[in-house]
Write a protein that binds this ligand. Structure first.
Ligand code: GDP
Ligand code: GDP
Length: 453
């Protein structure tokens, strides 16, 4: 049984729009005409990892505050009985009406916790109504826009302590939660790197045909942009679809006169737009150069999964020294993500290519992974007790809970107070913990901090 959240409010404040927003499907009817909602509707809501049943009521479909119809009131009362929370919605643009005040009076007599939502608060047009809403006596209203999806984080924060106990078992949640990621879907892979690193040769070797031009002169123009092919996983014998994005091929011939260094960054930008996983190809005969770090940072900042491959391994000198040197330089130069996968390949001999593609599939899994809120907060509690946040100026920074808001890249929202005082080192401690202990490996992770205003 999921916790129940019931939506209450006078007609036309946006209850159905809110219901749709929370349920994520166009189930409820939305209409400008007051009173369209006639029945109680139930939907399963999924808000930043929090699961609950949302109930839209038709309890107050009468504009005359003096004569709230008994039948409607009875219906709402019945709905309220099973509810864990009531979301009381007002229209911030219209301001408070006598009917809002009547509903508020009635709600104050009920025992269910109330969360006040001032809807239609996008832009600044709702400011007046927002401040008025304080007078209803339910504390600070949440500035919300059901239509634009604003205020969802604040709503999450208000609901979490009220329904946290009733969240489904993490084991069940995990299976229900894999809905949007299919590990068998086509892998969108891009190869980037400085001119002459061997990108074309590598793509040819992957495709096992000589359909792309290669040559010692950099910047040869090709016409294809994406190539679809099936890679046979040598471990399982399984065929897995790959879409290889040939960014150098997207370049116009006219641009070849541009500085080559600039071109490879421009290619990387294009690759990022298309790819899930980006392979940065280095040249073993040149090592890691400043430009390579720049491209790698760009890929990570844009939230893509990154793999670094040292090419031309067949002609590498002092191979193990070279490898370790590059490993150390990467850990130093890419502070945002420690331990980015580093592989050696030879596009010429084919060495390491299957390992590279295999690594690309597995890093996509990590990049697409979702951790259920309950499991995440169990880890969070442990991480905080193992190493409590500091108390700058003698005042403790309070960290309350965390949720994974998005995947691809994994994005987390952490709630607490005095978060602006949280040192960068502590933030890194948390991010590294997420990565190490929750199986995110070396993918870029986003962590947003939110304090109640
Ligand atoms: P209900 O009667 O309370 O269920 O209200 P509806 O969901 O049917 O919405 C009533 C009207 O308000 C519709 O025209 C919606 O498009 C509009 N509306 C709902 N939410 C918002 C919002 O966040 N901003 C604005 N500007 N309009 C909204
Ligand atoms: P791109 O500019 O990054 O597309 O690089 P190309 O694929 O055109 O390769 C540049 C040069 O490096 C060519 O002369 C290739 O033959 C050579 N090359 C590419 N891969 C390898 C490799 O694995 N080993 C060796 N020894 N040479 C390679």
């Amino acid at each position: 049984m999921l916790p129940q959240v019931i939506i209450i409010g006078r007609p036309n404040v946006g209850k159905s729009t809110l219901f749709n927003r929370l349920v994520g499907k166009k189930l409820a009817l939305v209409d400008d005409q007051p009173g369209v909602t006639r029945d109680r509707r139930f939907g399963e809501a999924h808000l930043l990892g929090l699961d609950f049943t949302v109930v839209d009521t038709a309890g107050w479909e009468d504009d005359d505050p003096a004569s709230l119809p008994g039948r409607m009131r009875a219906q709402t009362e019945a709905a309220l009985e099973g509810a864990d929370v009531a979301l009381f919605v007002i229209d911030a643009r219209a301001g408070l009406t006598p009917l809002d005040e009547e509903i508020a009076r009635w709600l104050r007599e009920q025992s269910v916790p109330i969360v006040l939502l001032a809807n239609k608060a996008e832009g600044r047009q709702g400011d007046g109504g927002l401040y008025d809403a304080f007078s209803l006596g339910f504390g600070e209203p949440i500035a919300f826009s059901a239509e634009h999806g604003q205020g969802l984080g604040d709503l999450f924060e208000a609901l979490l302590p009220l329904i946290e106990d009733k969240q489904p078992d993490p084991a069940d949640e995990a299976s229900a939660d894999e809905e949007d990621y299919d590990p068998k879907a086509v892998l969108k892979l891009a190869i980037v790197g400085r001119p002459n690193a061997g990108k074309s040769t590598l793509i040819n070797a992957m495709l096992r045909e000589d359909r792309l031009l290669t040559g010692p002169e950099a910047g040869i123009t090709r016409d294809s942009i994406a190539v679809d092919w099936a890679w046979t996983d040598p471990a399982s014998g399984e065929e897995r679809p790959v879409r290889l994005i040939d960014t150098a091929g997207m370049r116009k011939k006219a641009q070849v006169v541009e500085k080559l260094e600039r071109l490879s960054v421009a290619d990387a930008r294009r690759a990022i737009d298309f790819a899930e996983v980006v392979v940065l190809l280095l040249d073993a005969t040149r090592g890691l150069e400043h430009q390579d770090l720049k491209i790698a940072s760009l890929v990570l900042e844009e939230g893509r999964a990154l793999i670094i491959a040292i090419n031309k391994w067949d002609v590498a000198e002092n191979a193990s020294g070279l490898f370790n040197g590059i490993r150390a330089a990467l850990d130093e130069g890419l502070a945002q993500v420690r331990g980015v996968p580093l592989l050696s390949v030879s596009a010429r001999t084919g060495k390491g290519l299957d390992a590279l593609i295999g690594a690309a599939f597995s890093i996509r899994d990590a990049w697409s992974k979702r951790v259920p809120t309950a499991a995440l907060n169990r880890w969070f509690d442990d991480a905080l007790s193992a190493n409590p946040p500091p108390a700058p100026g003698g005042k403790r920074i309070k960290l309350r809970y965390i949720t994974q808001a998005k995947t691809r890249p994994p994005s987390f929202v952490m709630f607490g107070t005095r978060l602006d005082m949280l040192p960068e080192s502590y933030r890194r401690y948390l991010i590294n913990g997420i990565r190490r202990e929750l199986g995110f490996d070396a993918v870029p992770i986003r962590l947003t901090l939110r304090s109640p205003k």
